[in-house]
Design a protein around this ligand. Structure first.
Ligand code: BGC
Length: 385
């Protein structure tokens, strides 16, 4: 992905934005002043807290948010937290202490930031939850994300397409063969995990209910299928354990695996290949879904190894986060397109939801290359340039 491709649309030139954040739910003004004081964009700092650099998507998100904010004239304090909750808590505390005016936060554990956000609210700093909802606090003002339930629907749809029960348009075929699958979900402390899993399970349910699909291990509950911190090695280990306990170490049929994220998909695929299911889908490797269009997985899809992923354009999400920050900087409110779905236990957080797409081998070029998300060379090599 070219850095320049990340320099997407910014909403305004952001010259001399008025800062009067009395409208934000935390009920105060920007950190640098009392309600109604004015500051140009270049005097405003936006603290951006991202969960980890171990997954490419968060690096891309961080880069995209930073470059778009800088282009609009803001100072940016971007931090990654190594998927470590105390590190993220400390980073946000420091952003507040150092005088951030607005916060954009992609949380690690959506329930672990209440006291940091209370400190932010006390200083009147608006908080925008990025991609993952922050739970159990009044002090989150806006949420930018994708339609997470729909992402889960798309993951299961792609699995059903790979298994042959749905065609490329998503219509049911006349296939009535019985097939065996396994299920994986994401990190249990990430609010998105339940949305993805519910969307996927609602989509798979008719096929499970009428016996076309069977979950071989019988493991279908969230506590059985979740993958702490979305860790690929953890998923690989669980897949290896399942192969030992249920599939004779790889000698019994397994046709598909629902996977919620490309890093997990690659762990699952490695376990399946090591157990002798074949190197590619053509050779008998089970169909595996994914999420994020990470370049290593896009290459695997192109090579016929992973079946699908879900493309969530991080540049567009960054643009929505920047728009929300600018709305607060101008003393207004960001525009929501969903005011019902995302209840964080304290309030329904007004949200802006984006759409995502299923990527399979046939549409890599139209969805990912033509949009400059990845180049054709990157797809071929599996490495971001
Ligand atoms: C994001 C996914 C991502 C996952 C693991 C989720 O919160 O919505 O896009 O795959 O975290 O990083």
């Amino acid at each position: 992905m070219k850095r320049t491709a990340l320099r997407f649309i910014t909403t305004t030139g952001a010259i001399a934005l008025a800062i009067g954040l009395a409208g934000c739910a935390s009920g105060g003004s920007a950190g640098s002043g009392d309600g109604g004081s004015a500051a140009p964009a270049e005097d405003l700092t936006v603290g951006v807290a991202m969960p980890t650099e171990t997954s490419e998507r968060w690096i891309n998100d961080g880069d995209a948010v930073k470059s778009q904010l800088e282009e609009a004239g803001y100072e940016v304090d971007l931090q990654f937290a190594n998927d470590d909750i105390p590190t993220q808590q400390q980073q946000i505390e420091q952003m507040v202490t150092k005088g951030a005016d607005i916060l954009i936060v992609a949380s690690i554990d959506g329930t672990a930031l209440a006291s940091q956000l209370e400190a932010a609210a006390a200083k009147g700093i608006p908080v925008i939850a990025y991609d993952r909802l922050i739970n159990g606090t009044e002090n989150v003002d806006f949420y930018v994300t994708f339609d997470n339930y729909e992402v889960g629907v798309q993951q299961a749809t792609s699995l059903l397409q790979g298994l042959g029960y749905l065609d490329a348009e998503g219509n049911e075929t006349d296939l009535s063969d019985k097939k065996i699958i396994e299920l994986f979900a994401g990190s249990p402390d990430d609010n998105n995990t339940g949305f993805f899993f519910d969307g996927a399970m609602d989509t798979l349910k008719p096929f499970i209910d009428d016996g076309r699909l069977t979950v071989g291990s019988g493991q279908t509950s969230m506590d059985q299928v979740a993958t702490l911190r979305w860790d690929g090695a953890t998923a690989q280990k669980r897949m290896e354990d399942l192969l030992t306990s249920t599939y004779g170490g790889g000698s019994k049929p397994l046709h598909g695996v629902l996977s919620p994220y490309d890093g997990i998909s690659r762990g699952i695929i490695t376990a399946l290949q090591n157990a002798g299911y074949g190197d590619s889908i053509e050779d008998g490797l089970p169909v595996v879904s994914g999420q994020d269009a990470e370049i290593a997985s896009v290459k695997l899809i192109n090579d016929g190894v992973q079946f699908a992923t879900i493309f969530k354009d991080t540049r567009k999400l960054a643009t929505e986060a920047v728009k929300a920050a600018e709305a607060y900087a101008e003393g207004g409110e960001p525009e929501a397109n969903d005011t019902e779905t995302y209840d964080n236990g304290e309030k329904v957080v007004p949200s802006y939801l984006l759409e995502s797409d299923i990527v399979v081998k046939d549409n890599i070029t139209s969805l990912l290359v033509d949009s400059d998300y990845w180049t054709a060379d990157e797809v071929a090599s599996g490495v971001a340039e």
